[in-house]
Design a protein around this ligand. Structure first.
Ligand code: FES
Ligand code: FES
Length: 399
């Protein structure tokens, strides 16, 4: 056991803890400050965010002994805080909470943004809050509330607190120091991200990878196998059939560079990358091996999709058999559960199949067939949720 001194919500405290005790447990179990919530206990959900020496920190991954001598402010310590009061009012007004479980951590991170963001830039707010997950409200109201408070304060002539010893927005440790520093006109991190988005990934050497996860999928198209195989050889049209995909360059006949955009909750990911395509005309099969990176969430992915055209209905239709393998690393990998990715991929495959069918059966104009399709991930997610609820309801009815 180790004895440590802390200032908690303005009160000097001496307490004895085990070396393994994390700060959230100390506050909740020993000091009865249960406003600091615990969700994942892995530093992912942000529910346990509090202020450690003035900066938002995740108390579930902060050892209490490491805080000896520190000043800690929990949500209980913000009762009289002006920004927190404005945020509470804005959250209530904008319907930014339902169960409220995420709200203490959300207020902590939001307060930091209100304090430090120069303007109510929605993208910067979303990036700043990306370390706080809300499982029941959605983020539109939350972002609106934070924007409203920032706008109101700047209109009242209250300037952002630039610097103050910190170099990054968001909870402590949520962003590598390399992308830090707020300036008076716009956060440098945001400008760098914009610049990054404009730099094409020009990778001609696509390494082979061993995917961490894999699954199979298939769909049927009302066209002969050779026709479907030919469509799979026309990468621009094929990309236009794939929701969210855009081709930016074709540097070699079997190489493509492009982007896949997905918007989920507060995170808008744009995976830029490159891929190599191998085709085998004899077997009407092929394979795409690719890799991509989303600068904003710092998530990387690599993977491969193999396809095979199987004739059905005496060759008048084709069953496209897909084998999909992927690896994800980075923050998004922590929230992308296997079942969820699989369900989402199944929905994307369905939309892709419908678009291929339309194209092959002349239901799409030439111009439209080369336009990228937007990926409405929210609609796909709602579809996934609806299906899961239906299955659950069926199961309950049977019991
Ligand atoms: S409980 Fe600390 S980040 Fe989830
Ligand atoms: S309000 Fe319920 S988790 Fe956010």
């Amino acid at each position: 056991m180790t004895t440590i001194q802390l200032s908690v919500n303005g009160t000097a405290t001496e307490t004895t803890v085990e070396p393994r005790t994390h700060l959230a447990d100390l506050l909740r179990d020993q000091l009865d400050l249960t406003g600091t919530h615990l969700g994942c206990e892995h530093g992912v959900c942000g529910a346990c965010t509090l202020l450690l020496d003035g900066a938002p920190a995740r108390s579930c991954i902060t050892l209490a002994v490491a805080c000896d001598g520190a000043t800690i402010t929990t949500i209980e310590g913000l009762d009289e805080d002006e920004i927190a009061a404005e945020l509470r009012a804005a959250f209530a007004r904008e319907h930014a909470l339902q169960c409220g479980y995420c709200t203490p951590g959300m207020i902590m991170s939001a307060r930091d943004l209100v304090l430090r963001l120069d303007s109510a830039d929605e993208q910067a707010i979303r990036v700043g809050l990306s370390g706080n997950l809300c499982r029941c409200t959605g983020y539109v109201g939350i972002v609106r509330a934070v924007r409203a408070v920032i706008e109101a304060r700047r209109q009242r002539g209250i300037a952002a607190a630039i610097g103050a010893g910190r170099t990054s927005l968001g909870p402590v440790g949520s962003q590598p120091a390399a992308i830090a520093t707020t300036t008076s006109s716009a956060p440098r991190a945001m400008r760098e991200m914009e610049a990054d988005r404009n730099v094409a990934v020009r990778t001609l050497d696509i390494p082979e990878a061993v995917p961490a996860k894999s699954f199979d999928a298939s769909f049927i198209v009302n066209a002969a196998p050779a026709q479907v195989f030919a469509l799979f050889g026309n990468v621009r049209t094929l990309a236009a059939c794939f929701p969210g995909a855009t081709i930016t360059d074709i540097p070699a006949p079997d190489r493509i560079e492009g982007e896949i955009r997905v918007a989920l909750g507060p995170l808008a990911a744009a995976f830029r990358g490159a891929a190599r395509i191998d085709r085998d005309e004899t077997n009407l099969s092929g394979r795409l091996v690719g890799m991509g990176h989303d600068q904003r969430s710092r998530t990387s992915t690599s993977g491969q999709i193999s396809w095979r055209m199987v004739p059905i209905d005496e060759g008048r239709a084709t069953r496209v058999e897909l084998a999909i393998g992927y690896s994800l690393s980075g923050p998004l990998a922590q929230i992308a559960r296997d079942g969820f990715v699989r369900d989402l991929a199944a929905r994307i495959t369905t939309v892709f199949a419908q678009n291929c069918d339309k194209h092959l059966n002349g239901a799409t104009t030439q111009a439209a067939s080369e336009q990228p399709q937007r990926l409405n991930a929210l609609a796909l997610l709602l579809d996934v949720a609806r299906t899961r609820l239906t299955v659950l309801a069926r199961r309950l009815r049977r019991q």
